[in-house]
Write a protein that binds this ligand. Structure first.
Ligand SMILES: [Ca+2]
Length: 321
């Protein structure tokens, strides 16, 4: 795609947001008048419909442009300037794209048949240890998360199944199926608010069975905890952090270059999982902030890269606080 074509696509996308939003807002305003909705309720509806428009626009950008590029972050400013601000009649919407590849997909804790995946549970345990949870507790928390989505009713060692939750104040069952939202973590045994806050920057709810890959070139030192967790138990956190901090300015040209580093090459091959590494993007997050009148709300949607290189949108979620 040429530069002028990209510019045209971007313009189209901005038109989509502005037009769809104008139509939606027109509808809710009329609706509000006819059924007596308050002005505040009407603004809330306008914000929601504007966010939906922004999703359509984000999808158009991600599927129409990103796929045709090299898929290396950052994308050229002409394709996805950041942030992209679309003015609206009564406010504006800001769209910001981020590489969201660097996370542990909680839905890998159970396989396609609904069975708990012990190697992924071990990986999640290492991740929890990496953020400061002690080993015994980390193992139980990882099992608890696997029990939440696995198909059976038998609790893993240290885990918890419906029987345990039924006895709690807000009796509920485990999901028994893949996580739909990270907000579900609040319902899990032992997942206290402080712990969830520490975990959230490192986990994601990806498509079940879709093993997203880490992007070595966008990984921050804080995210380096994902390397001992997902790539190799033989790599310690301090070394992982140091390697990310010492990354070449223009990034590693390929995974091979990273694997050839002394600290990595010395790790036995049978305890390495190079398949989780990449220098490309596998997830893109679109953060959409909608401002209408004096109300402002933020939403996000994540696009997961499929085997054929295309990106599939996940679920629109409101970003809290
Ligand atoms: Ca279970």
């Amino acid at each position: 795609m040429s530069g002028s074509e990209r510019g045209a696509t971007l313009l189209t996308v901005m038109m989509i947001v502005a037009l769809m939003s104008a139509v939606a807002v027109g509808v809710t305003t009329r609706l509000a008048g006819s059924i007596g909705l308050s002005r505040a309720a009407s603004a809330r509806a306008d914000i929601y419909w504007t966010a939906r428009s922004a999703v359509v626009a984000s999808d158009a950008i991600v599927s129409g442009i990103f796929v045709n590029d090299t898929n290396r972050w950052p994308y050229p400013q002409a394709v996805a300037p950041e942030p992209m601000i679309v003015p609206l009649a009564a406010g504006d919407v800001t769209i910001l794209f981020e590489d969201a590849s660097n996370c542990f997909n909680l839905n890998l804790l159970a396989d396609a048949a609904g069975g708990a995946d012990m190697s992924q549970i071990a990986a999640f345990t290492r991740l929890l240890e990496g953020i400061g949870v002690d080993r015994a507790q980390a193992s139980g928390l990882a099992s608890t998360a696997a029990d939440w989505i696995d198909a059976d009713d038998a609790a893993l060692s240290g885990g918890a199944e419906s029987g345990w939750y039924m006895d709690t104040e807000t009796a509920h069952a485990t999901a028994g199926t893949a996580f739909v939202s990270l907000s579900e973590l609040r319902a899990l045994r032992g997942y206290e608010p402080d712990l969830i806050a520490a975990i959230l920057p490192h986990v994601c709810v990806g498509e079940p069975g879709l093993a997203g890959r880490l992007n070595l070139n966008t990984m921050t030192p804080e995210q380096a905890v994902l390397l001992p967790a997902m790539f190799s138990a033989g790599l310690d956190l301090q070394t992982a952090r140091r390697l990310i901090e010492a990354r070449p300015v223009s990034g590693w040209q390929g995974v091979e270059e990273f694997l050839a580093l002394d600290e990595i090459a010395m790790i036995a091959e049978d305890i390495r999982s190079p398949d989780v590494l990449s220098v490309e993007t596998s997830r893109i997050r679109s953060l959409m902030t909608v401002r209408i009148g004096n109300q402002k709300r933020a939403f996000d949607i994540v696009f997961d890269r499929q085997g054929d290189g295309s990106y599939r949108p996940g679920r629109l979620e409101e970003v809290q606080g």
